[in-house]
Design a protein around this ligand. Structure first.
Ligand code: ADP
Ligand code: ZN
Length: 441
């Protein structure tokens, strides 16, 4: 493969719509053929009365029922394999955010294809062999570490496989080796700012950073902007899931108007989570993916439970691969309080737009008497915390009112000291539900 100035893989990135769909159909049929050798799919096709040989269009896939994490959890994961186990060279597993982690197996060709996809993403945003890439994601079973690692090496950048945590060391590495590009969990990027502050450093002047890849967890546009402004970088949203490969499923291009799903590798559907019918273009629904280029463990119509929409129209960058919106959250992230459906991202948007809010927040749901109560604990910026109580009260009232308008429930807002809320190194825990029914008693 030969890169041009802007595209890592111009053959795939610049395909026209018709050619792209023809390629998708060809790859889909190959995938279905492959699936007939897996014990799971043999039974799955039989029970759905689905004949994979009769698939003549992409739309025909709607005759096959969807699968999800529960399908993967229900038994031995090797039953999805379409190759002998000896052909598998690596496994990964999901983070287990919503329950038991799921396992994905890769052949050598799968690993190769995955590295190519992530290299395409990184190159698209301007990463080159002259860059120094510090990967601040967990290495190991989590896909964010190795997934980006091999891609960056493929581009020829120098990789610092820093892994997650150890914040002061991360900053030291950035400064000593002139890191230009980082891959970081967005909530951790905010936390790390505090550590920069403790060291008396400003990342804008004290580092050579120019690009940040942020992903692995839902975050708002306001959070992206805060990262861009405070670090002096371009921050690009990176979406993926272990079941599809990991990072590299959908990624923002420099236009930052949604994330391109690499449709040569994934068939994407946006379905109504209740009826499982396709929603209209531009409407929100659940992302459902089919792998088109996976050898070891292809997945068909895999329900992610992630909610997003497809942006209508074409991107100014010239790639026709469809763009999805920022992920609103998982359908499982939604909580119901006093009869109202709330997503943590609605709360985040309000908080980050309010001046004086620090880097962390947490939503605590509890039962007080017989009533549900929603408390929002918000770290405030250091200066404000040390300043006048009057100002703190003003901020608390403002946030309470804006949250009430956004979620239609009046929360109890508590402003807390910077650094006092627990900050993890992995995906942030935004909601703690202590209500009686949530405990299952
Ligand atoms: P788990 O599903 O257990 O968290 P993964 O590590 O495979 O395990 O994480 C994939 C999930 O992470 C996605 O299904 C999605 O919910 C979330 N995610 C990944 N990237 C993003 C992103 N850019 N924006 C929002 N959510 C994301
Ligand atoms: Zn684009």
């Amino acid at each position: 493969m030969s890169a041009d100035v802007e595209h890592w893989n111009p053959d795939m990135e610049l395909l026209g719509r018709e050619d792209l769909e023809a390629l998708q159909l060809e790859r889909l049929r190959k995938t279905l053929q492959r699936c007939t050798s897996s014990p799971f799919y043999q039974a799955w096709f039989r029970s759905a009365d689905f004949d994979p040989r009769k698939v003549g269009s992409l739309a025909d896939m709607s005759n096959l029922p969807c699968m999800d994490k529960d399908t993967l959890r229900d038994g031995d994961p090797t039953r999805f394999l379409t190759v002998p186990l000896d052909d598998i060279v690596r496994m990964h597993s999901s983070s287990g955010t919503t329950g038991q982690a799921t396992v994905t197996f890769h052949t050598a060709a799968d690993i190769e294809a995955w590295a190519e996809l992530v290299a395409r993403c990184m190159y698209m945003t301007g990463v080159r062999r002259t860059d120094v890439f510090q990967n601040m994601m967990g290495y190991g079973l989590f896909t964010g570490g190795l997934g980006f690692h091999y891609a960056a090496e493929r581009i020829g950048a120098m990789v610092i496989p820093a892994g997650s945590g150890n914040s002061r060391r991360q900053i030291q590495l950035m400064r000593d080796f002139h890191t230009t590009v980082v891959h970081i969990i967005p909530s951790y990027a905010l936390y790390l700012l505090e550590v920069f502050g403790e060291l008396g450093l400003d990342p804008r002047t004290g580092t050579d950073l120019r690009i940040a890849f942020i992903g692995a967890e839902p975050h708002t546009e306001a959070l992206r902007q805060r990262i861009e402004e405070t670090y002096g970088v371009d921050a690009y949203n990176s979406y993926g899931l272990t079941e599809m490969c990991g990072p590299g499923v959908a990624f923002e291009c420099p236009a930052k108007q949604g994330m391109h799903v690499w449709e040569d590798s994934f068939l994407v559907e946006v379905l109504d989570p209740v009826t499982l019918e396709l929603v209209e273009e531009g409407e929100e629904g659940e992302l459902v993916f089919t792998t088109l280029n996976r050898e070891g463990m292809p997945l068909l119509r895999y329900r992610t439970h992630d909610l997003a929409s497809v942006h209508p129209g074409e991107c100014s960058c010239g790639r026709v691969h469809r763009r999805i919106s920022r992920i609103k959250g998982r359908s499982d992230d939604m909580f119901i309080i006093k009869g109202v459906n709330v997503f943590p991202m609605q709360v985040e948007r309000v908080l980050l737009e309010a001046l004086g809010v620090g880097s962390n927040y947490r939503i605590v749901l509890d039962t007080v008497g017989s009533m549900d109560e929603m408390r929002v604990l918000v770290e405030v910026a250091g200066e404000l915390w040390r300043g006048e109580v009057r100002e703190l009260n003003r901020l608390r009232r403002k946030i309470t009112e804006e949250l009430r308008q956004e979620v239609l429930v009046t929360p109890l807002v508590e402003l807390v000291e910077p650094g006092s809320l627990p900050a993890g190194e992995g995906k942030a825990v935004r909601v703690v539900d202590k209500r009686e029914h949530a405990r299952g008693d």
